[in-house]
Design a protein around this ligand. Structure first.
Ligand SMILES: NC(=O)C1=CN([C@@H]2O[C@H](COP(=O)(O)OP(=O)(O)OC[C@H]3O[C@@H](n4cnc5c(N)ncnc54)[C@H](OP(=O)(O)O)[C@@H]3O)[C@@H](O)[C@H]2O)C=CC1
Ligand SMILES: O=C1OC[C@@H](O)[C@H](O)[C@H]1O
Length: 438
């Protein structure tokens, strides 16, 4: 019952977020196009918007309480009081407008996927413009690919149960409902860098990269376990004239150490076929250390008989997260450990005892999810992924420490490379590279 009450209370607050008083000198954001952005950060004011149609921009500004309407995207960039821009344009325009924005000295929150392909990603994320400083905030320019789901407690709690080095196989999915899109949606257009692998499909690919230990989120990157090869890519294509655009796909990657990751995504899912965004991770059997084993079977310090000198405890873990995309609405993390107590000496030895422990974890807040090193970090149960992401974006822009979660240049370039691998394997052209030059 308590969880039903929690669900209602949280979702009510998500739909009716508290109005937060703004800080003096809050960062002023400009938005390109009539898109949604959360206004719930005390240090963020959405100051202006521009759309191709001024009328549309006026209506949008009125609806969202945005004080100014600019005549064009460029007018936003020409306003020296604007320090940050949010770019939710079609994918094919991200490269140009992100570069223009950085050149105008703005910090950039850039919608996913960052750009059309890895060539653009390298040029953008390693642009010398990122060495420049904002005149308003006096901090180095910030560019973030808006993979919002990675900033929320449920994702981090899930990752806390994943042992990247020992992942044997993983499967990630995201289905987008067909009813969400108009007939000529930007996602269906090759010229705008549309496609399933460029839209909902970017998420499960990003999930797999995280699970297998690709570029880490936290400061002090440890190791990059990026996909080595795309083993298979089955794409379903739109009919002509959009025959180069995928409407659904399934792909399989091999990661360092031989782990296999599979993704499945569909842009045109019927309502009856809809499924919850999900990641499932199966680990290799791992022999636990003496301390870890003692925590399970007792021993000198714990209850129970303990581990004999000639025994070892093997754990095979499966972890699942359901609704990794917007966990604040609802999510579930299932951790299932199969234990095998056996004589030392490996698989050939007879099992002494076998059992399974299963638990369901919730992480609406850092504390509830017991997310390591995050206790006391800002966050409310009703904060959407976007709000968590904005928190860290603002920290970077302000030059304040934050909780360490981030998506850096190398990470975004590698994400683009992984998407390119899918198209290359399928024998489909990569999304077109922009001809824009500053
Ligand atoms: N983080 C998230 O949860 C989500 C992220 N996205 C990402 O945001 C981006 C935009 O997606 P979405 O908001 O659904 O797209 P929409 O088609 O709803 O919006 C695209 C925006 O770009 C402007 N635009 C500028 N040039 C063009 C053009 N040539 N054709 C079409 N539109 C143009 C539009 O017009 P105007 O200037 O007239 O306003 C509009 O505001 C994508 O990169 C997508 O992947 C999308 C949905 C959710
Ligand atoms: O970012 C997104 O999130 C959800 C998807 O269904 C959508 O197509 C995409 O743009």
């Amino acid at each position: 019952m308590a969880s039903v009450y929690g669900f209602i209370r949280r979702n009510w607050a998500i739909r009716n977020p508290p109005v937060v008083p703004k800080n003096e000198n809050a960062l002023k954001f400009g938005v390109f196009g009539a898109a949604n952005i959360t206004q719930s950060h005390p240090d963020v004011i959405v100051q202006c918007v521009a759309a191709r149609s001024e009328k549309k921009a006026q209506e949008y500004a009125k609806k969202h309480g945005i004080p100014e309407v600019k005549k064009s995207y460029q007018d936003i960039l020409d306003d020296p009081s604007i320090s940050c821009v949010y770019i939710p344009l079609p994918n094919g325009l991200h490269y140009e407008w992100a570069l223009r924005s950085l050149a105008a000295g703005k910090h950039v929150l850039l919608e996913k996927p960052s750009v059309s392909n890895a060539t653009e990603a390298k040029a953008l994320f390693f642009s010398p413009l990122l060495e420049e400083t904002s005149d308003v905030t006096c901090t180095k320019l910030v560019l973030l690919e808006a993979f919002h789901f990675r900033f929320q407690p449920p994702w981090r709690a899930f990752m806390g149960h994943v042992d990247s080095e020992n992942v044997e196989r993983a499967r990630a999915t995201l289905a987008a409902p067909r009813v969400m899109f108009e007939k000529n949606d930007i996602r269906f257009q090759y010229a705008l860098s549309g496609g399933c692998a460029m839209d909902p499909g970017t998420y499960p690919v990003a999930c797999l990269r995280q699970v297998f230990g690709a570029t880490t989120d936290t400061e002090g990157v440890v190791e990059d376990r990026e996909p080595e090869e795309c083993l298979s890519a089955d794409l379903k294509m739109f009919p002509e004239p959009e025959g180069k655009t995928d409407s659904a796909f399934e792909a399989k990657f091999r990661f360092p150490g031989g782990g296999i990751g599979e993704v499945r995504s569909n842009l045109l899912t019927g309502m009856l076929e809809m499924e919850i965004p999900r990641v499932e991770v199966v680990h290799r059997p791992v022999v636990l250390s003496a301390e870890e084993a003692a925590a399970k079977v007792g021993g000198k310090k714990g209850k129970g008989k303990g581990l004999g000198d000639d025994e070892e405890l093997v754990r095979t873990r499966k972890v699942v997260i359901e609704n990794y995309l917007v966990g604040a609405v609802w999510h579930r993390i299932i951790v299932e450990d199969d234990f095998l107590l056996r004589k030392r000496g490996g698989e050939s030895k007879e099992p002494i005892r076998k059992w399974t422990n299963k638990k369901v974890v919730k992480a609406y807040t850092w504390e509830e999810g017991k997310v390591e090193a995050m206790e006391g970090q800002p966050g409310e149960a009703h904060w959407l992924t976007y709000r968590h992401q904005l928190e860290q974006f603002v920290n970077r822009v302000r030059g304040t420490k934050g909780n360490g979660l981030w998506i850096d240049a190398k990470d975004s370039v590698n994400q683009s490379k992984a998407i390119d691998m899918v198209y290359e394997k399928a024998g489909v052209p990569l999304r077109p590279t922009s001809e824009f030059q500053l």
